[in-house]
Structure formats: C-alpha cells, structure tokens
Design a protein around this ligand. Structure first.
Ligand code: NAD
Length: 366
C-alpha cells in the first residue's frame, strides 16, 4: 500500500477494514503527551494463549505504515508460536519515533503502564531498537514482559537461541536436499552479520562451511572475515554468488522477483523476518526454481521459544532442546511441500492454522 493510500484509508476511518482480512482481534492506540509516546499494539490471535511479541521503535514516515507493520508482524507471531508448539498467541507493538531521540525511562515506563492495562492479554519483549534495559523499565510498570536480563531471572539476549534454531533449520534443509545434514564444505552466503548472523557464523565455521558475508557495518565484516576467514562481498552481489545456501539475516522482503532470479543456491535458510516480498508470488517462484526455502517464521522461532520459556519459568537447556525441534518440523514441512508440490511457506502456514483450529476445538467443552 502506498503512503497516500494508507493515509487516506485512515483519514476516511477505514481502520476496521485493515483488521478483517486476517481476522485481527484488537488494535490498541496508546498516546502520552508528556513523554511523547505514540504506540500501537496489535493483537492478532489469542486462541493458543496470550499474544506475545516484541516492541519495535521505528521512525515510520506515516501512521498508516506503523499500523500496517504492527498488524503484519503480529500475524507472523501467531504462526511462529503455533508451529513451534507454544501456548502463545500473536501480537506486536510499535512505538513511533526515532529511538535515538525519543527513548527515555519515562517513555518506556509509560508504555509499560499501557501494557499492564491489557491485563496479560499482551506480553511484550524486546525487538528492533529496544533492549533488555528498556524491558527492565517496562517491567517496573508491568509483569507482562519477557526478554529480561539473566540477572533478573530472564533469558537475556534471545539471539544465540535464534541462531541455533536457524542452524537447525539449515541442517534440516541440507538433509532434504543433499541427503546429509552436514554443512562441511558447503558454500554459505550470510546477509547481515549482526547478533543472529554472528552467532550463526560461529556454528557454520565450526562445521567447516565456506562463508561469504555482507553487511552495511564494515566493522562486523572485518571482524568475521578475520575470525572465520569469511569472504566479504558488498550490496547486491550477495544474491548472485555461486553458493549452496543463502541465509538472509538482515531485513525483510529480500526475496523479491529480481533477487530470486539472481539466486544460484539450492537452499534459503536465514533468520530475517518476512523474507518473501509477496508470499503468494515468491513462495511458488522458489518452488518452481527448485530452491528449498525454510519458512522464516519457523526457522527463526528460537528467540520466541526462549522468551516463552521465560514466561513459564526460565531454563536455558529446555529452551535449546525445544529449539532443536525446529529441525524436525522443518523437515516435515519440506517433505510435505515436495509431496504436494506446494511451496513451504504455505505448508507451514497450514500446519500452524491446523494447530490453532485443533486447539480451538479442544477448548470447546468445559
Ligand atoms: P541486528 O540488528 O543485530 O543485525 C542485523 C544486521 O543486518 C546488522 O549488522 C545490520 O548492519 C545488517 N544490515 C542492515 N541492513 C542491511 C543491508 N541492507 N545489507 C546488509 N546488511 C544489512 O539484528 P538481529 O537481532 O541479528 O536480527 C536479524 C534478523 O533476524 C532481523 O530480520 C530480525 O527481525 C530477525 N530475528 C531476530 C531474532 C533475534 O532473536 N534477534 C529473532 C527472530 C527474528
């Protein structure tokens, strides 16, 4: 949707028409003049449990974009929790503004108050431009927050667990495509070597993969090229490399028509959210090109599994063990995809929806 379209929809009061297509339950607007807080909490589906999803601070160019982002991301959380077997629903919050200038203790605590007012229907956590420190502030006003530091009984940074899950999903894809889950000698291109990408590189390096990396942060590129002997490439070059696996670990929507046409890999397995620009176009396109794609919301669920564990009583070992299970689910999704000749994102979505509907029926008797 274009900026003008989105704004005119909001101006003409068409907010509900944005909730109905994917059956979102609730959209909450939170405003506080003193702190400058403008937050939107989107709750997609709470059949399986309270809606859990991080709080993102982003300088959206208009309110329509912020609403769209919250709605889109909250739906992704529903599927991520459902397919991972967690008793959680899907939700997400966005705070509008430049995190470098608007973020204060007061703003985060005020946001915490709004979260508290939802009485646990929404549980927040860290996301883009929010940290465990911010969650400590939120926690001063509400108990409905996870992603707290280990010193406070929390699970700390979820990125290592997300990376482990991504590694498991990649190994499952290797098993499906090459008949062995070993990544030894495989050429793997990683786009984005931040928190998750960095931990992923260390697993891949340990296994003897040949690494290619790109990022917009030169410092990180220099570090990983030195630590793991990774070959550095820049910008669009990452898409056309002659590699076995492509791992998008930076931003969303990188799997568009132009990029998919350039890809030479057999497997796409990375941690970024919302990788397919349009799942109805680019999911089938990957299937047709013979590229095995591990659905993003399945492969990157380790972070959610980690914070869920925090919600029910944190134990790192249990979080890692449950994350390891991504391997089995991914393999099942890929096998079903091959058998039915339907793209993996659709198969994974159907699996998640099936669980939600099954549990809905379980809850239908007293
Ligand atoms: P991060 O910010 O630590 O790392 C992202 C990296 O991508 C940064 O190093 C950044 O410089 C780089 N980057 C940004 N734009 C780029 C571009 N155009 N080209 C190349 N590199 C670019 O974030 P993260 O926590 O590592 O998360 C990575 C991805 O995984 C994100 O899409 C995030 O939503 C997703 N994810 C993360 C977690 C988690 O536990 N951290 C969980 C689920 C999903």
């Amino acid at each position: 949707m274009s900026t003008t379209q989105g704004l005119s929809q909001i101006q003409s009061g068409e907010i509900f028409s944005q909730l109905t297509p994917h059956d979102h339950e609730q959209l909450v607007f939170c405003q506080d003049k003193e702190t400058g807080l403008k937050a939107i909490i989107a709750i997609h589906n709470t059949v399986l449990g309270p809606g859990l999803g991080g709080t993102r601070i982003w300088n959206y160019s208009n309110e329509a974009d912020a609403i769209n982002d919250a709605l889109r991301l909250s739906r992704g959380m529903t599927y991520k929790a459902a397919i991972s077997g967690l008793n959680l629903g899907g939700a997400k919050a966005v705070i509008i503004g430049d995190s470098k200038t608007i973020k204060t203790e007061a703003l985060m605590r005020k946001f915490g108050r709004f979260v508290e007012n939802l009485h646990g229907k929404y549980i927040t956590a860290e996301d883009v431009n929010t940290t465990t420190m911010d969650m400590e502030y939120v926690h001063m006003e509400t108990s409905h927050v996870v992603g707290l530091p280990e010193s406070m009984g929390g699970g700390g940074d979820p990125s290592p667990v997300t990376a482990y899950g991504t590694y498991m999903g990649m190994k499952a894809a290797a098993n499906k495509v090459w008949g062995t889950d070993s990544l030894n000698g495989k050429k793997i291109a990683v786009q984005g070597v931040g928190k998750v990408g960095g931990y992923l590189l260390s697993y891949l390096h340990k296994e003897g993969a040949k690494l290619f990396i790109t990022d917009i942060n030169d410092e990180m590129l220099a570090k990983y090229s030195k630590d793991f002997g990774a070959t550095v490439v820049y910008g669009e070059e990452i898409f056309s490399l002659d590699v076995d696996v492509f791992a998008p670990c930076a931003m969303g929507a990188v799997l568009n028509t132009d990029h998919i046409n350039k890809l030479k890999c057999k497997v796409i397995a990375g941690a970024a959210n919302n990788q397919l620009e349009d799942e109805n176009v680019h999911g089938p396109m990957l299937l047709e090109k013979g590229i095995t794609y591990v659905p993003d919301f399945l492969i990157n669920a380790g972070g959610l599994i980690n914070v869920y564990q925090e919600h029910i009583g944190y134990n790192r070992e249990t979080a890692m063990r449950k994350t390891e299970h991504i391997y089995n689910i991914a393999l099942e999704v890929m096998k079903t995809s091959s058998a039915k000749n339907i793209h993996t994102q659709k198969i994974a979505t159907e699996l998640a929806e099936k669980r939600i509907n099954d549990i809905l029926r379980v809850q239908s008797t007293y």
